[in-house]
Design a protein around this ligand. Structure first.
Ligand SMILES: *Cc1c(COP(=O)(O)O)cnc(C)c1O
Length: 399
């Protein structure tokens, strides 16, 4: 998965183009930059690839979510529905916006359950925020339908799903806004960066201003620009954008490699009795960053993950035991440990999550994901497929 596996002269060439001029900032310095605008170039590439009307490159994926929520007008008194299985950035960005995270269950898609999302709606709900986990789509048609019916906004966290689609539409372009991450571990990487996508001129303009201190970007002279509302600094640097320009051109190649590899690994695991695969609402749109499957029990899943690691397979996740991706281990969040006190409005609106149990446990406790790497040779793939199959089969047999 991580695009850094296939760094080459293209990334170096892009970085050098920036350094030859020495302008590391995306705005201003018109004469000095000699026509080099890497953040703009990457935004155009994202828009072209995804079909989104607007793409705004920002500092990272968490920033993208934070900016998107502000652009959607989410703030004090609002609730945002998010899944229990995601990255911590989901609740972080909602709390940063001043809103209340409402945690709903995931189903065997590993993504937000439409049924659970519907049940979580209250009069304060403003946004449904599904997360397209592990490179593939949530039940996005159904979730869109619920949002429409209940007059809510839909924000897609597609941070793990750049290059993936649902029935031909790029993930991140289906909701009112969508977000990508290009952090160092993502398939397309800038080192650090993220993007906000939208088809709405108004949401784009608000995001554009909010992410740069409220600058309206109306003038060559930054000091003379207007500030319709207060913002913050979530800008990306030209150096990060430059790497992204080289990486994004490799998207089809990355996805192609991953799909081929995944097919081989999946075929090998298909022969293991008792194992089922993650349900994909659109298998054709899968970016194939991970192969995810379910063991019959929490114990057999834990056993499969640890024996895969012992067998030298890296990038194996038993998400139930992972500190960052499932609510079970978010004790800082559940016990309300923040760096400084947060608004009592947010706290009062939340249940005591340390005491809430989730149906998702039944799914996530049994889920195992294997990262599909880009750099494996044909021989490595074949030998891994065999090792994965043998290891999981014996983990199954010990049941
Ligand atoms: C990576 C990720 C983010 C945050 O992205 P950063 O660029 O690391 O801030 C948000 N949500 C999900 C689901 C992610 O995987």
């Amino acid at each position: 998965m991580p695009g850094f596996e296939l760094f080459d002269d293209e990334e170096r060439k892009q970085i050098n183009e920036v350094m030859e001029r020495g302008v590391l900032m995306r705005y201003g310095f018109g004469a000095a930059r000699g026509g080099v605008w890497k953040a703009r170039e990457m935004e155009e590439a994202i828009a072209k690839r995804t079909g989104a009307k607007h793409a705004l490159l920002v500092a990272d994926g968490t920033a993208a979510l934070t900016v998107a929520l502000a652009a959607l007008g989410v703030g004090a008194g609002d609730e945002v529905i998010m899944p229990a299985f995601t990255f911590v950035a989901s609740f972080e960005s909602i709390i940063a916006a001043g809103a209340t995270p409402v945690i709903a269950d995931v189903d065997d898609t590993l993504c937000l359950s439409p049924e659970s999302a519907r049940a979580a709606i209250t009069p304060r709900t403003k946004v449904i925020m599904p997360v397209h986990m592990c490179g593939a789509s949530a039940e996005i048609d159904e979730l869109s339908q619920i949002a429409k019916e209940k007059n809510l906004l839909l924000l897609e966290d597609a941070c793990q799903a750049f290059g993936a689609a649902y029935k031909g539409r790029a993930l991140g372009t289906i909701g009112d806004a969508g977000c990508y991450s290009f952090d160092f571990n993502k398939m397309v990487t800038c080192g650090e960066a993220g993007a906000v996508l939208t088809n709405s001129e108004e949401i784009y303009e608000r995001a554009d201003m909010y992410h740069d201190h409220g600058h309206d970007h109306s003038n060559e002279d930054r000091g003379a620009e207007g500030h319709p509302f207060a913002g913050y600094n979530y800008r990306v640097s030209e150096l990060h954008a430059a790497i992204g320009c080289a990486q994004i051109a490799k998207t089809d190649r990355f996805v192609g490699i991953q799909r081929e590899t995944k097919k081989i690994l999946k075929a090998a695991l298909s022969s293991v009795k008792g194992l089922t695969f993650r349900r994909l609402p659109d298998p054709d749109g899968d970016s194939a960053t991970f192969l995810s499957f379910f063991m019959p029990s929490e114990e057999s899943a834990r056993r499969a993950a640890s024996s895969l690691k012992a067998a030298g397979i890296d990038g194996v996740f038993h998400w139930y035991d992972n500190n960052w991706h499932y609510i079970r281990k978010w004790d800082h969040f559940k016990n309300r440990r923040f760096a400084a006190p947060i608004s009592s409005d947010i706290l009062n609106a939340m249940p005591d999550y340390s005491k809430v149990s989730f149906k998702s446990d039944e799914i996530i406790s049994r889920a195992v994901s294997i990262t599909i790497k880009l750099g494996w040779t044909k021989d490595e793939i074949a030998s891994r497929a065999k090792r994965i199959e043998d290891t999981v089969r014996s983990a199954m047999a010990e049941r």
